[in-house]
Design a protein around this ligand. Structure first.
Ligand code: S3P
Length: 449
């Protein structure tokens, strides 16, 4: 058990976390460097492996999902230096030059790894691949990427009506398509763009709303021929142009910063500085939501680093108000909805989260799990097919809660526990290592100071 009365935190090999804030309350203070952006880290490794020459990556996230990507790329023949260094070197193999691995590729818990790599493998002529993942990933829909790839001529086999991993792929030469995606999903868009990169002609993806655009930015930086049309949310890649290795600096992940933004907002007398956080506008829904709720956040030192906007965020405690979150705002905060539910539970008034059905097919059903677990601590939450309604302001009490082995649920529940009376035990809290190794050490650090 990670036994923390917040002070001291005691990490050992087991998976549960106990949080017991002192009866007098606590405050969070200090400065944190936020670990590298998960989406950008996956893409830096993948494009580095597909490029000619060497790619240098600074600030790569060393979370379990990114390690899964590195392991798969190594099995495909890319040379990637040790993942402990502050700078990672990738020796690329060039487009279409991956080797056939001698075993199943295991993408662990990472949907991004499985869906993006599938686009690359499908276009890898004459090689055979098998892809699997952990129990959670083997239950997540893959037809959203198998369908467009099949339209391009890909040969992919999957369980349950061609939808679930394990997957088998026979790489082949693909044909370009114009795909109108029914979901605004960066994973779907990126999968098709990567397949299009290795396919002669123009491949276009149109999505119903603009999902995160890290692939577009990085593909361009590596030398791909790519055009975006913001009017129609379309992106077109012209295949066949080789990529050149680059130097990538990975910004801090705003999804990881979001736990601190909410924690310092709801825990009285708190002030945190979060350094080098990516503020790409396709990702800043969490800031817009928290501003709507009345949070005190200053965005300082804004700059562009390696093609991505970054800033330092200064957050201090404030009384939050409920608000409505729907449409494009939900999409821009898609990974932050669990921690927004926690913010809403401590806010005055009602928060309504709509258009969030995608959360049901993330690492777990995040709508149902957040509703059940926070209700167990005393929150008032109603669940709808595509969202949640939270009546804020009811005091929370410590309880035994389940993370369902989902990193973002584990960290969200830890933040809720900071302002709950009594003891909270979070089962499988070490799931946080998927995207935020050392989250609990950082929590200890800012509680101590
Ligand atoms: C991601 C895209 C999002 C997000 C996921 C990472 C990416 O998923 O939820 O955590 O890196 O492309 P969808 O594209 O499926 O919405």
């Amino acid at each position: 058990m990670i036994n923390t009365t917040i002070n001291p935190i005691n990490l050992n090999n087991q998976t549960d976390l106990t949080i017991q804030p002192p009866a007098s309350g606590l405050s969070l203070r200090g400065s944190l460097s936020i670990p590298g952006d998960k989406s950008i880290s996956h893409r830096a490794l993948m494009l580095g492996a597909l490029a000619q020459g060497e790619t240098r990556i600074q600030g790569l996230l060393l979370g379990e999902d990114v390690i899964s990507t590195a392991e798969c790329l190594r099995a495909l023949g890319a040379e990637i230096s040790e993942l402990t260094a502050s700078e990672i070197l990738v020796k690329g193999r060039g487009l279409g030059q991956f080797q056939e691995p001698i075993d199943v590729l295991n993408t662990g818990n990472s949907g991004t790894t499985m869906r993006l790599i599938l686009g690359i493998l499908a276009a890898q002529n004459n090689c055979f691949f098998t892809l699997t993942g952990d129990r959670s990933l083997r239950s997540r829909p893959m037809s959203r990427v198998i369908k467009p790839l099949t339209q391009m001529g890909a040969k992919i086999w999957a369980r349950q009506n061609n939808n679930l991993a394990p997957l088998a792929i026979k790489g082949t030469q693909l044909n370009p398509i114009h795909y109108h995606s029914p979901v605004a999903s960066a994973q779907v868009k990126s999968c098709i763009l990567l397949a299009g990169l290795m396919t002669a002609g123009n491949t276009t993806v149109t999505e119903p709303a603009l999902s995160r655009d890290h692939s577009e930015r990085m593909l361009k930086a590596f030398g791909a021929e790519l055009k975006t049309d913001p009017e129609t949310n379309s992106v077109t890649i012209t295949g066949g142009n080789s990529l050149q290795g680059q130097s990538v600096i990975v910004p801090g992940d705003i999804s990881s910063a979001s736990f601190w933004l909410v924690a310092a907002s709801v825990v009285p007398d708190s002030e945190l500085t979060l350094k080098n956080v990516g503020i790409n506008s396709t990702r800043t829904g969490i800031l817009d939501v928290l501003f709507k709720m009345g949070a005190q956040i200053k965005i300082e030192n804004e700059r562009i680093v390696a093609g991505e906007p970054i800033a330092d965020l200064l957050v201090s405690s404030s009384g939050l108000q409920g608000c409505e979150i729907a449409g494009e705002l939900t999409l821009r905060a898609i990974d932050e909805i669990p921690i927004i539910v926690v913010a809403a539970a401590f806010a005055q008034g009602t928060t309504l989260i709509k258009d969030a059905a995608e959360l049901r097919v993330k690492e777990c059903d995040r709508l149902s799990v957040m509703a059940t677990q926070l209700s167990g601590m005393g929150a008032k939450i109603t669940e709808y097919p595509d969202g949640l309604e939270i009546q804020g302001g009811y005091p929370l009490s410590g309880a035994e809660v389940e993370s369902h082995d989902d990193h973002r649920i584990a960290m969200s529940l830890a933040v809720a526990a900071l302002q709950a009376s009594g003891t909270t035990i979070i089962k499988e809290a070490t799931a946080a290592n998927i995207s935020y190794p050392n989250f609990f050490e950082s929590l200890q650090q800012v509680c101590d100071s």
